[in-house]
Design a protein around this ligand. Structure first.
Ligand code: ZN
Length: 452
């Protein structure tokens, strides 16, 4: 009853107040999800043509780069023709910054996002509000494939201290309007796991959402402390590798399948599993994806063209992840192309000397975007009281950055944690294409004892 009220009354009222078209977009996207592949391709080609023309006409960086190579938007008739155009790298985004923004958007008309991307390289991205609403609708659509329905309660395991942020009005809004509760993954211990589990036992969530390693930690706790007591309608694992051994424990603990979702802050949702859980459907309404094949394996580097963000068009953007493409037609009936799997970011938890656990993914995001001039970062916990911070220094790195690191380490890990900063040329990607952001045998061993 409450869920229906929230879905059909509270959500539309809020969207109306915020002048956000995302619910209208959601209806359109839900209608479109079973369109035939040919229809999807035709629509994608038209959108690619349009975004390339828009970039040429209003973004100085693209106009200059393409003109120097003798390329013109007219050569793009279908999305396949994009192959003639150069790849956009993270370095391009870091170096070009504002020159990647469209002339049509003033600063007051765009939302600025700072992210550590999928490889720990901090980036600033500008998104227009219409694109944000569209991306939000794409995400809600695929989250509903998990079994959750918009309007039902959401339990998030997430970093950045969202749970503690905001005044009492913001907290009330989260509780009654968004119907969301949080476990702050930047500060977890046995007591907090217990409180969160107790809360969810009383107010069962429609959706349980988080990074794979946080879902796994919570699942392992619930499985040993209070098995069978929390039964979400859907479970969504997002933004990092979901290992099979993690999936097994999460599914055992909560009695339902995990929906693996893949995306990044720069373009939002890229792909998601459907009810079949056999590979991930590409978000064909939000992004056009290409895979640069590797001759030695069946995997390849992923290039993404954002089909909606006009404030800062990302065309053939190399996300930094490796994916395994697939020709399979899914039995769910959706025409959106599939990928078998994603080899992306992976991270351990870190354990503080005081006994709190911190999500390595949330942590690296937090650090990489707050240290001036940090071009890439990796955190290795070598002992309980000793961290090695491997950092690639970029433009602007200097004495202030050193002070920022010291303050961040103190405020995050407490006074007993020591560290050494090691400046390196690069954080190597593993042979599989995986980036390990955070490595901690100490925390991994502790987690096993906490939730065997
Ligand atoms: Zn499917």
């Amino acid at each position: 009853m409450l869920s229906a009220l929230n879905r059909y009354l509270a959500q539309p009222l809020r969207a109306h107040r915020d002048r956000s078209p995302h619910l209208r977009y959601l209806k359109l996207l839900e209608r479109r999800q079973f369109d035939a592949p040919e229809q999807l391709q035709k629509r994608q080609s038209a959108t690619v043509r349009e975004i390339v023309r828009h970039a040429w006409e209003t973004v100085p960086f693209y106009r200059e780069r393409w003109a120097a190579l003798g390329l013109h938007p007219e050569v793009v008739q279908t999305s396949e023709d994009l192959r003639a155009f150069p790849i956009l790298t993270k370095l391009d985004i870091r170096e070009q910054g504002e020159r990647l923004r469209s002339d049509l958007y003033r600063s007051s008309q765009v939302v600025r996002k700072t992210t550590s991307g999928s490889t720990g390289v901090p980036l600033t991205i500008f998104v227009d509000p219409d694109a944000l609403a569209w991306k939000r609708a794409c995400t809600i659509r695929s989250d509903q494939w998990s079994g959750w329905r918009l309007g039902q309660r959401v339990a998030r395991l997430w970093g950045h201290g969202v749970a503690d942020r905001g005044n009492w009005k913001a907290r009330l809004r989260r509780l009654f309007f968004d119907r969301e509760s949080y476990l702050n993954t930047l500060d977890i211990d046995r007591g907090r796991l217990k409180r969160f589990a107790d809360h969810l036992k009383l107010s069962q969530p429609g959706l349980l959402f988080g990074h794979a390693h946080s879902l796994y930690l919570f699942a392992a706790y619930v499985r040993s402390a209070c098995p069978g007591s929390i039964r979400p309608k859907g479970i969504v694992s997002s933004a990092m590798i979901l290992h099979d051994w993690q999936r097994t424990v999460i599914e055992e603990a909560f009695g339902g399948p995990v929906t693996n979702r893949y995306g990044c802050e720069e373009v939002s949702l890229i792909a998601s599993e459907c009810e079949e859980h056999r590979g991930l459907h590409l978000n064909a309404d939000g992004v056009f994806c290409e895979v640069v094949p590797d001759r030695r394996t069946n995997a390849g580097r992923l290039l993404v063209t954002d089909l909606r963000n006009r404030a800062m068009p990302l065309i053939r953007y190399e996300v930094g992840d490796v994916v395994v493409p697939s020709d399979r037609v899914c039995s769910c009936g959706r025409g959106m192309q599939m990928i078998e799997s994603v080899v992306g970011r992976d991270a351990d938890y870190v354990l503080t000397p005081e006994g709190s656990l911190i999500s390595g993914i949330s942590l690296t995001d937090h650090f990489a975007t707050e240290i001036r001039g940090a071009a890439q970062l990796q955190i290795v916990q070598e002992q309980l009281t000793f961290l090695r911070l491997r950092l690639v220094a970029g433009e602007g790195f200097g004495p202030d950055s050193h002070r920022e690191i010291e303050l961040l380490v103190r405020s995050t890990f407490g006074p007993r944690m020591n560290y050494e900063l090691e400046l390196v040329d690069a954080i190597p990607q593993e042979a599989s294409g995986k980036y390990r952001f955070c490595i901690s045998p100490v925390a991994t061993a502790y987690m096993k004892s906490l939730a065997p």
